[in-house]
Design a protein around this ligand. Structure first.
Ligand code: PLP
Length: 375
């Protein structure tokens, strides 16, 4: 069904009737806070990630902050990350009192350039937060070899990578801390939410404390607070959405890959050479195709291009502007030119529409609109 008059957003969640009914049931049940639905979702996620402990939270931001706290990271420590991500990835480092250290990205994968990480390690480096951008995993062998060699904790920002794999193994089913987001744009969502995969029950118990004011309970009226926690728990309303989404995860990701394949075939093999634009890495083995990016040639003004696409009823996103160039980061000493690849990508990248409810005709409509602007 191709209707060139209807507006095509860059993403849109798919929610089935069964999920809507289950949310209404939660509302009628009277148990709206963290309860049986949260427990059921955590159990399902744990199974999905090979039996590792999983805890849910109210965002994919606090999951990372809590992972850093569980790892004991704070003032005086340095944490290496990428400037090409949503600002949450670096903000959580500052929230713990630690210092973010950026390493530029690889021009093709847009993930942190692991060949440049070792040069950024100092005696204060305690952890690394890599991002699996668009669901394309970092080189996990290289990443964990560096972490092992330098005794660093890893908090994988897998916000975009649910269902992605590395050498046949699911992202989250191995490694150190792995953090996922269920924000509305992600491959599965809970309205707002996230989950953290941890290594053992002790870490999971500590994460539970950080999730809820540092509280431990014993017996009917026993309570103690021995660490500083926050208010980060997921509601049963959100968990009911998550349980409904989990049923469709495999099918959503298959559909995304199918649409991505169609993007490549519609653009054609000479598109990059003809336009100077860059298509993403065509990884149909590991990626969950969270987003489909196009890096515009330097000669094209992104805002103008976005407006031209909008005039054709196509909404684009841009993910992401380089983090270190935001005012708060500039105030911490970061400047233009420090991470040139992330800066170029951050200025020229656009996100094309890609979501499970899209049709092949929608893809063709986007591609012909892009070509009309660039050729
Ligand atoms: C979505 C996202 C986050 C933040 O997740 P929230 O659930 O919105 O807090 C962090 N990092 C990346 C790479 C993301 O895509």
């Amino acid at each position: 069904m191709s209707d060139a008059s209807h507006f095509l957003p860059f993403t849109k969640p798919t929610v089935d009737e069964e999920t809507i009914v289950s949310v209404v049931e939660v509302l009628r049940s009277g148990w709206l806070a963290s309860g049986p639905k949260v427990q059921a979702l955590e159990a399902q996620l744990s199974e999905y990630f090979g039996g590792r402990p999983v805890r849910t939270f109210n965002s994919g931001t606090c999951t990372m902050e809590i992972a850093l706290r569980v790892a004991g990271i704070g003032a005086g420590d340095e944490v290496i990350t990428t400037p090409n991500s949503w600002v949450a990835t670096a903000n959580v480092i500052i929230e713990t009192g630690a210092t973010p250290v950026f390493v530029d990205i690889d021009a093709k994968t847009h993930n942190i350039d692991l060949d440049k990480v070792e040069a950024a390690i100092t005696p204060r480096t305690k952890a690394i937060i890599p991002v699996h951008m668009c669901g394309l995993p970092c080189d996990m062998d290289k990443l964990y070899a560096i972490a092992d060699k330098h005794n660093l904790r890893v908090v994988e920002d897998a916000a975009q990578a649910i269902g992605s794999t590395w050498k046949g193994k699911r992202i989250g089913a191995f490694g150190d801390f792995v953090s996922f987001s269920f924000q509305v744009n992600k491959n599965i969502m809970t309205g707002e939410g996230g989950c953290l995969v941890l290594n053992n029950p002790e870490e999971a118990r500590l994460a539970e404390k950080y999730r809820l004011q540092g509280v431990t309970r014993s017996g009917l009226d026993g309570i103690d607070v021995d660490v500083l926690g926050g208010k980060y728990n997921m509601t049963d309303i959100a968990a009911a959405i998550g349980l409904g989404q989990m049923k469709h995860l495999a099918e959503f990701n298959t559909k995304r890959a199918e649409l991505a394949r169609h993007y490549f075939s519609s653009f054609g093999t000479d598109f990059e050479q003809k336009t100077g634009a860059e298509l993403p890495v065509a990884d149909f083995e590991n990626s969950n195709w969270h987003m489909f990016h196009l890096v515009l040639p330097e000669s094209v003004n992104r805002a103008t291009f976005m407006q031209q696409m909008l005039d054709q009823q196509i909404g684009l996103g841009y993910h992401y502007r380089a983090i270190h160039l935001f005012s708060m980061y500039r105030a911490r000493g970061f400047t233009d030119g420090m991470f040139p690849i992330a800066e170029r990508v951050g200025k020229q990248i656009v996100t094309l529409p890609l979501f499970p409810a899209m049709s092949i005709e929608d893809v063709e409509r986007v591609v012909s609109a892009v070509k009309s602007c660039l050729l």
